[in-house]
Design a protein around this ligand. Structure first.
Ligand SMILES: Nc1ncnc2c1ncn2[C@@H]1O[C@H](COP(=O)(O)OP(=O)(O)OP(=O)(O)O)[C@@H](O)[C@H]1O
Ligand SMILES: [Mg+2]
Length: 284
């Protein structure tokens, strides 16, 4: 549905992203992991039409595109749920569900909001995703973080998203609330959406992911299908396992640093292969 080929982005002379390959498929979850400043937000800003790539290719349904506004991305079915959800806390849940795309009734000058239909539709759509709220009239600000994320996901699905981008939806949540969000990511996938799931957390990624990309300093350090990588390898990779293993002997000299638990460099097949590929690319 969406593909990046050798895509990159420079902000003036800051090269935030370089040579990134990524594919989003129908009914699949593509996870993008990476440390702070690795380029995750830059990546999704390109796909969601906020920024434009400055190198490589960006294809939607096989056609090269260059979105100039988020509206264009939305029109091709790419919806983004940002971490700081664009909701109005004091407005009811159903009102937030339709924010900016309200249903109306009657003709001008007697046109008014079709409240009953909006409430009913929001209720049906939320139930369809398995989200049951006691009262859609309660202000959305009174919902938990996980519930608010879930409403945002259901909203994107209702408004015709084919590709759903989630920027760190679980970052500010506890264990249980994260579970709730993961459940709806799986629900969106099962409804046939292509999902891009941005996260710091390899455990969350591995629970729902079909493909994993790890960004490091703007390049894809690792790009592996689920069958090619275990949770342990992914976790090690994210924790900087390869870098720490490389420092093992050095760290062992430092008093009070316990390196016993660190893996040997030779144990990290995937990471080692991927990072040597990445570094040989840098050299070339
Ligand atoms: N508008 C901008 N102008 C200049 N540099 C930018 C801009 N946006 C991002 N950068 C730089 O690009 C790099 C990648 O930033 P990005 O926000 O994509 O990282 P991230 O992976 O989303 O990080 P985080 O986990 O902290 O959200 C950083 O070095 C950042 O300073
Ligand atoms: Mg970010």
């Amino acid at each position: 549905m969406v593909e990046l080929r050798g895509a990159g982005k420079s902000y003036g002379n800051v090269r935030a992203l370089h040579g990134v390959d990524l594919a989003v498929r129908q009914g699949r979850v593509t996870c993008v992991l990476g440390d702070n400043g690795a380029g995750k937000s830059t990546l999704i800003k390109i796909i969601s039409g906020l920024h434009q790539h400055t190198e490589g290719e960006f294809l939607v349904d096989g056609e090269p595109v260059r979105f100039t506004t988020p509206r264009e991305a939305l029109d091709s079915g790419i919806a983004t749920v940002y971490q700081d959800l664009a909701t109005v806390p004091l407005m009811p849940v159903w009102r937030n569900f339709f924010l900016g795309s309200e249903m109306t009734r009657g003709r001008w000058p007697l046109r008014h909001l079709d409240i009953a239909r909006m409430k009913r539709t929001a209720d049906d759509e939320l139930r369809e995703m398995g989200i049951v709220l006691d009262d859609l009239d309660q202000p959305i600000g009174t919902l938990s973080g996980g519930q608010r994320q879930s409403v945002a996901i259901a909203r994107a699905v209702y408004f015709g998203a084919r590709v759903l981008i989630l920027d760190e939806p679980t970052a500010a949540l506890g264990v249980k609330q994260s579970g709730v969000v993961l459940k709806y990511i799986a629900a969106a996938r099962d409804r046939g959406l292509g999902v891009i799931f941005i996260t710091h957390n390899p455990h969350h990624a591995y629970m729902v992911g079909d493909h994993f990309g790890v960004l490091r300093l703007g390049t894809m350090d690792l790009n592996a299908a689920r069958s090619e990588i275990s949770l342990e390898e992914l976790t090690n990779h994210m924790a900087g396992g390869a870098e720490l293993a490389a420092l093992k002997h050095e760290l062992a000299q430092v008093r009070g640093v316990d390196v016993e638990g660190l893996p040997e460099e030779s144990d990290l097949h995937v990471s080692a292969a991927a990072s040597s590929a990445a570094s040989s690319e840098k050299v070339s």
